[in-house]
Ligand binder design. Structure first.
Ligand SMILES: *Cc1c(COP(=O)(O)O)cnc(C)c1O
Length: 392
């Protein structure tokens, strides 16, 4: 690992040592376990006295390369890679929290993370209080003597709201909380929460890190002392990333910067177009001056990211009509793909919530979320424009 290199160089040049075959690209280490020369080497490996791999649930060369790159990109000390983003989220909480501990979380978070907070952690008497990302003045009142961990997403899903990471880092330190940021929407290319005081950063690598809708993956990086606990938990409970997925994702990181540049260019152009369309009530994109957190975006994000939210003029039925009229873009649950994805959260991903719950997390019947892909922007706009016109 070379910490003096620039982000793009690290993404391309961070590689585990090659083999006698002198291959250029890193090979796949599709092996469940590793062998030893003799009893002494094996004893030392199990005693943690050398850095030899033991078993791919613990570590694997491909996984190491992927984690090393993410650590460099996020300026983190250490990390561990998981089979999915949710494995990273759950294992991080399960490793660090005990019965009676309390979590403070922003209200608008990924759906399955919500389920972990509301239905799974309470089984072990770990409870969560939600706070409003637009009302940070109220957060201090929600901290109790048992509060141990502060969890946020910025930008949020699907509302595309932002929280000031500099403020957040100070808040977490003042209240001695472990600050965990899900940096999935921004990626380390656009924003590095650890530089503002986050203790841990979590990614669903399934999204922009893979960027092509192929494999699932997750990763948690940050302070070594915390990662040691997460590693000890994970090595025995088994949420590890497969070496095949690690190989795919490490390759994906080589192109993260160029892909994100295009995602952001396309998303900004789509957002600007939507602001001019008569069928659109409002548009949320971090680097549009009309975004309520535009100043925060300018301060902490290199660009606005690949997700645009907008309100379509009409009701739930208009949203469904819009989706039905889409021709090129995909109707699918993923995001951060090379292909543009359009979703209508209130009739799909968040349909099980009550109207009141949806309102609390900022999902109105009119909300449309676009994960802007890498097609030519003219074709993206053309499809969305014709679907808007057809939804009237
Ligand atoms: C998708 C997603 C996750 C969960 O990741 P999986 O890889 O699907 O398990 C967590 N957080 C955010 C913000 C996401 O978009």
């Amino acid at each position: 690992m070379d910490k003096s290199q620039k982000f793009e160089t690290q993404a391309v040049r961070t590689q585990i040592p090659g083999t006698h075959a002198q291959e250029h690209a890193t090979p796949m280490y599709l092996t469940s376990s590793f062998t030893y020369q003799d009893a002494e080497e094996m004893r030392a490996a199990f005693a943690g006295e050398n850095d030899k791999n033991i078993y791919s649930r613990f570590s694997n060369p491909n996984t190491k390369e992927f984690v090393d790159k993410i650590c460099l990109m996020e300026q983190a000390e250490a990390g561990y890679a998981f089979a999915s983003g949710m494995a990273a989220v759950f294992s991080t909480f399960a490793a660090l929290l005990s019965s009676g501990d309390h979590i403070l979380s922003c209200r608008s978070i990924f759906g399955s993370t919500h389920t972990v907070f509301n239905k799974i952690l309470p089984k072990w008497n770990i409870n969560t209080t939600y706070v409003d990302i637009n009302d940070t003045d109220s957060w201090a009142e929600a901290v109790t003597s048992n509060t141990k961990l502060l969890y946020v997403e910025t930008p949020t899903n699907p509302g595309v709201d932002l929280v000031d990471l500099e403020w957040l880092g100070k808040f977490a330190r003042e209240h001695s909380l472990i600050l965990v940021v899900d940096n999935c929407f921004a990626t380390p290319y656009l924003q590095q929460p650890i530089t503002y005081g986050a203790d841990l950063v979590i990614h669903s690598a399934t999204k922009f890190i893979d960027g092509q809708g192929r494999v699932l993956g997750g990763v948690t990086v940050g302070k070594k002392a915390l990662i040691d606990e997460i590693y000890a938990f994970s090595r025995s409970t088994g949420p590890a990333m497969s070496p095949f997925n690690a190989w795919v994702l490490s390759k994906s990181l080589e192109t993260l910067a160029v892909r994100m540049d295009r995602h952001c260019d396309n998303a900004l152009k789509l957002a600007q177009f939507l602001e001019t369309h008569p069928q659109v009530n409002w548009v949320k994109y971090p680097t549009l001056p009309s975004h309520p957190h535009f100043e925060i975006a300018k301060k902490q994000m290199k660009a606005g990211g690949g997700i645009v939210a907008f309100g379509i003029k009409g009701d739930l039925e208009t949203g469904r009509k819009f989706l039905n009229a889409i021709e090129m873009c995909s109707l699918t649950a993923n995001l951060g793909d090379s292909r543009t994805i359009v979703t209508h959260p209130s009739s799909t991903t968040h349909a099980k919530l009550t109207e009141e719950e949806r309102q609390l997390v900022g999902i109105s019947p009119e909300l449309i979320r676009v994960s802007v892909g890498l097609e030519h922007i003219d074709d993206i706009i053309k499809d969305i424009e014709q679907a808007l016109n057809a939804s009237v």
